[in-house]
Design a protein around this ligand. Structure first.
Ligand SMILES: [Zn+2]
Length: 222
């Protein structure tokens, strides 16, 4: 067993949280549990609950914290996750974290509480640079970064020789700043919250993907 097995990943959008979560889950041999995926899966089953969720999403409403907590804690306790899990995107707010804590205080959760809140720490300027520099070959779809992963010959795709590059429509400074603001208001308060419980560990999220996953390995000791 690793030092930590039930891990909540925290970090701003663009911190590499998704990438690192997938690597960590694979190396630990546990599943990554995502609130968004659980919601989509429930809709697919066509259950009454699934219909309720679909109706809310179609109407542009938020799915209630209560429902998300119910789905996530069910997954945390599922037999296939008995050895641990990585929780991505949950809890997303203090409200959700407090509801989770209540459920964790029930007998079912004995010895099964979250044991680490891992914060992938990156400064805002770094996130902007990382997201705003992303580009993609218009012809073959290969991904590049103007600074971190440039083409071998400037302006020419390494894979197909294409000369046209596109950016994702939502990779603008305005969208990134707005996503960061939402994170700071709703999710960042979880940092002191988990710090107070002695569950928070920070990892430096800057630098190449491999370097960051090595730092995470040192902490989790898998
Ligand atoms: Zn190309």
């Amino acid at each position: 067993m690793a030092k930590y097995n039930r891990i909540v990943l925290l970090g701003p959008p663009g911190s590499g949280k998704g990438t690192q979560g997938a690597i960590l889950a694979e190396r630990m041999g546990v599943r990554e549990i995502s609130a968004g995926e659980l919601l989509r899966a429930e809709v697919k089953t066509g259950s009454d609950l699934g219909k309720e969720i679909a109706a809310r999403i179609d109407n542009g409403q938020l799915v209630s914290a209560d429902l998300i907590v119910r789905l996530m804690t069910q997954a945390f306790l599922a037999p296939e996750n008995a050895n641990g899990y990585i929780s991505d995107g949950f809890p997303r707010s203090i409200e959700q974290a407090e509801m989770l804590e209540k459920v964790e205080n029930t007998p079912d959760f004995e010895n099964k509480k979250i044991d680490l809140a891992l914060l992938i720490d990156v400064p805002d300027e770094y996130i902007l640079e990382r997201i705003l520099g992303r580009t993609q070959c218009a012809k073959c779809g290969a991904f590049y970064h103007e600074k971190f992963k440039p083409t071998a010959i400037a302006g020419v795709c390494d894979v197909c020789g294409g000369k046209e590059f596109v950016k994702r429509a939502d990779d603008t400074e305005e969208t990134v700043v707005s996503r960061l603001r939402v994170y700071r208001e709703a999710t960042a308060p979880l940092i002191p919250y988990y710090e107070n419980k002695g569950l928070l560990v920070r990892v430096d999220g800057t630098g190449p993907i491999d370097a960051v996953s090595e730092r995470i390995k040192e902490i989790v000791k898998y």
